[in-house]
Design a protein. Structure first.
Length: 596
């Protein structure tokens, strides 16, 4: 952290394919994002030096802004007029990001806690080992050898609980003698965050052979998780061990005025900071070519999951495999042969950088996006759980039962904001397309606000929030978030065309029948009082058929009234379903006339 005043900040995110740089400047009392540059990431051959891509992206900012930032390969600090910057910060997922294995005593308890801990730190979890995972000893050893993670998180046992299971997992790791993914001749980092009573034995087994670090138990009692100490340790190890082995990172670390963070960890930080600052519950998603990250903050508890096999290009065939052809077809608003859809998906996989060239291709891509978002959200709900309360009685059977971690924290009635990020959402030709893709995938209830990340700057803002929270929040609100509008959706089901909801907004009354969508204009800075009366059997949160009042906020799309029911049901008959989708898409203005 610099000791001079902060007025100009330069931030980069080294992605797996693109390095993105942004300039953030103080304008009056507020902070704004002013210029942006990008260049290909250069972590692989022939360059094998991540700083080349960073310098190229900074040079683009120099050309656009007229500010001199570089002196050869040196970033000029502090800023002096139109020369230099006050602080340089960076995030990185180049070289495949942070890849970890986690191990716990019981899969549904400490194994699950370890997984939540690693995911929250921004890692891709390659596998979860546990004493009750159904594998034989030699299979576990073979798996550890084969995967070559960047580090392993070993947990297990509450304080004063089991020792033998934890030591057994340590012995499997020792027997595998795993090699790290990057760098030759250095020991694999292992973080031990388990039962304190087992520390001495774990150190005896792994101390010589690995770079063992010990931190607080992440599950000190059955009812309590303590994930932050282990998460901080993961970040430290990522910076000191893993990043030091990647080409050019030592130089990059020396330039940065704050620790370099894994990209998803930084996105998680800004999500957490915004939820805390606004006192809201939120769900965020970053859908990429290979993976989909889902973040949530409910009741102040942060969770992140990564669906490493769900994406829009490299992993697009996995979306087909997991969702099934019928689930993809249900969102395509025109008749299409199954073989044709399969061919389109395979073409996207082998040519991942292509973008849709026709309206039909765009509709197919957005149909696939809905299923990728839905599947990733379903996976997130399983892991984002609150532990059972101390007051609850626990039997031995309950402790080993799969649902021992308790209920999902995700409550769609209490969800205030959905944040979308990633090319298919941020760069959709019409903003209503992004909004409806997320509404269809998540099916929010009651009143929910939706937004997208304009140019993917959440990682930059996440690392900035560790240095200056106000600067990060200012830019997040003013330049990063494009507020799409608000969705109003009652729960319940009925006959198509039957009365469902009567909405009064800005002096006008709108009756919306069941099975329909209606879009009302409400500008980005506008707020309005809404009164709604649902028909019997429908509920907006006040109870079945009970009147409902709320203050709703506008956006570039407006207020979307969704009376299609929850869960949203599409007709089994292909012809009826195509008509259904066409009607909804026309009502929302999704595509140019004649399309859908």
């Amino acid at each position: 952290m610099p000791d001079h005043p902060l007025n100009v900040v330069l931030a980069t995110d080294c992605g797996s394919t693109t390095t993105k740089a942004i300039l953030i400047e103080k304008v009056g009392d507020a902070w704004r994002q002013t210029f942006r540059g990008e260049a290909p990431t250069t972590v692989e051959a022939p360059f094998e030096d991540v700083t080349r891509g960073v310098l190229n992206s900074i040079q683009e900012i120099e050309e656009l802004s007229g500010r001199r930032i570089l002196d050869g390969e040196r970033i000029l600090t502090p800023a002096d007029g139109k020369t230099g910057v006050d602080l340089y910060i960076s995030t990185s997922s180049a070289g495949g990001g942070l890849q970890m294995m986690v191990a716990g005593a019981v899969k549904a308890m400490t194994g699950e806690s370890a997984q939540r801990c690693a995911l929250g730190a921004g890692a891709i979890v390659m596998d979860v080992l546990a004493s009750n995972d159904g594998r034989l000893g030699h299979e576990r050893i073979e798996r550890i050898r084969h995967l070559r993670p960047d580090m392993i998180l070993l947990s297990g046992g509450t304080d004063g609980g089991t020792v033998s299971h934890v030591v057994e997992m340590a012995e499997y790791i020792a027997a595998a003698d795993p090699r790290p993914r990057l760098g030759q001749g250095y020991k694999l980092p292992i973080i031990y965050a388990g039962n304190q009573d087992a520390r001495a034995k774990v150190e005896a087994v792994l101390g010589e052979q690995t770079a063992l670090l010990v931190t607080e138990n992440l599950r000190p009692t059955l009812e309590r998780e303590n994930l932050m100490p282990a998460r901080h340790k993961i970040h430290d190890v990522f910076l000191e061990h893993v990043m030091q082995q990647a080409p050019g990172y030592k130089k990059l670390i020396s330039w940065a005025g704050a620790p370099i963070m894994p990209t998803p960890g930084a996105v998680g930080l800004i999500m957490e900071a915004i939820a805390k600052r606004q006192g809201i519950n939120l769900v965020g998603v970053d859908i990429g070519g290979a993976t989909t990250d889902v973040f949530s903050v409910f009741r102040g508890v942060f969770n992140r999951t990564v669906s490493a096999n769900l994406g829009m290009s490299y992993s697009i065939s996995n979306v087909l495999a997991e969702a099934g052809l019928a689930n993809l077809l249900r969102w395509v608003p025109f008749p299409i042969e199954e073989a044709d859809l399969r061919d389109r998906i395979k073409n996207k996989m082998i040519r991942p950088t292509t973008v849709p060239q026709t309206l039909d291709e765009l509709m197919v891509e957005q149909a696939i996006c809905r299923e990728a978002l839905r599947l990733a959200f379903d996976q997130h709900r399983l892991l984002a759980v609150g532990l059972k309360g101390v007051q609850q009685e626990r039997s031995v059977a309950d402790a080993f039962e799969q649902k021992s971690s308790g209920q999902s924290l995700i409550d769609l009635w209490k969800l205030d904001l959905i944040v979308g990020s990633g090319g298919v959402l941020s760069h959709a030709p019409r903003r209503i397309q992004s909004m409806l893709m997320m509404v269809d995938a998540y099916q929010p209830l009651g009143v929910t606000r939706l937004s997208v990340d304009s140019i993917f700057m959440m990682p930059h803002l996440g690392v900035l929030s560790t240095v200056n929270e106000k600067a990060a929040a200012d830019v997040f609100d003013r330049d990063c978030m494009v507020y799409l509008g608000t969705c109003l959706a009652p729960s319940g089901s009925g006959k198509p065309g039957a009365a469902c909801l009567e909405v009064r907004l800005k002096g006008e009354t709108h009756a919306v029948p069941f099975g329909e969508l209606k879009l009302l204009p409400l500008a980005p800075e506008e707020e309005a009082d809404l009164e709604a009366v649902p028909s019997r059997g429908f509920d907006l949160g006040a109870g079945s058929g009970k009147p409902f009042k709320a203050r709703v906020k506008g956006g570039v799309v407006g207020l979307l009234i969704d009376c299609r029911g929850r869960p949203l049901a599409l007709s089994e008959d292909p012809k009826v379903r195509v008509d259904q989708l066409g009607r909804w898409f026309r009502a929302a203005g999704m595509y140019p006339e004649g399309g859908g």
